[in-house]
Design a protein around this ligand. Structure first.
Ligand SMILES: *Cc1c(COP(=O)(O)O)cnc(C)c1O
Length: 225
């Protein structure tokens, strides 16, 4: 009922032609809404809360690619580790170690994106530029020592400022793209290829600045309370 299938089909067609991955953000929405988009062919869905994801994953088809896009606490990694497709919001080294530990137990590799703080707001999580450089260097060193074998840092994720100032938003996306290119172009970094930026209000701006994965909720599922 509340699912806007017309918007979905239009957005999906546009993104496919631009080779941008669409993650349908289904947090707080019922499984019937997810099933509706699934039946139209959508396979990538994003959730923010561990408990909610666990419940939905049990009920919905197994070939859904679940993206965890919320703030993940280390002690909850184990609940999503068996099936999560991509964890977007990794914002600490400690969290990355825990993901590696849980993935190792399951004998799988979990793809992760490092979250970068690009917005003006204090409240958004993520590494700043210097912390990101340090984290990437540390990860590289651990990999050389045969540690962190069960996590793959596959790119970067960010949320722009919550503002009507499109120039400001574009500037933040361009900055993230610059950081992304810095790592993506390094030799041996061919797994580093996902740039997750853009939501309902700003995904066109994000794509114009080079995003290749957008996370869209309310345009597809209606507003959340
Ligand atoms: C909720 C959420 C989205 C989707 O937001 P919409 O404005 O509904 O498109 C995207 N990314 C993150 C990290 C979110 O928490």
């Amino acid at each position: 009922m509340a699912v806007n299938t017309k918007a979905y089909l239009e957005i999906n067609e546009q993104l496919q032609s631009q080779q941008v991955t669409l993650v349908a953000v289904s947090k707080t929405k019922p499984v019937s809404d997810i099933q509706e988009l699934y039946d139209l062919g959508q396979r990538d869905f994003g959730e923010n809360y561990v408990q909610e994801l666990v419940e939905k994953q049990l009920i919905l088809p197994n070939d859904i690619r679940w993206h965890f896009i919320g703030h993940l606490q280390s002690n909850k990694v184990k609940y999503i580790a068996p099936y999560v497709h991509l964890i977007h919001g990794v914002d600490s080294y400690k969290l990355l170690l825990e993901i590696d530990k849980q993935a190792k137990k399951l004998d799988r590799t979990i793809n992760c994106l490092l979250q970068v703080h690009v917005a003006e707001e204090e409240t958004k999580f993520g590494f700043n530029e210097l912390e990101l450089m340090e984290a990437m260097e540390a990860i590289h060193k651990y990999k050389l020592l045969n540690q962190l074998q069960n996590v793959q840092v596959a790119g970067l994720m960010a949320m722009a400022s919550n503002t009507d100032n499109t120039e400001q938003i574009s500037k933040e996306f361009a900055y993230l793209k610059m950081l992304f290119d810095h790592f993506a172009t390094k030799p041996g970094n061919d797994q580093f290829r996902t740039l997750s930026m853009g939501m309902s209000s700003d995904y066109q701006l994000a794509i114009a600045e080079g995003s290749n994965l957008v996370r869209i909720g309310s345009l597809l599922f209606g507003t959340r309370q």
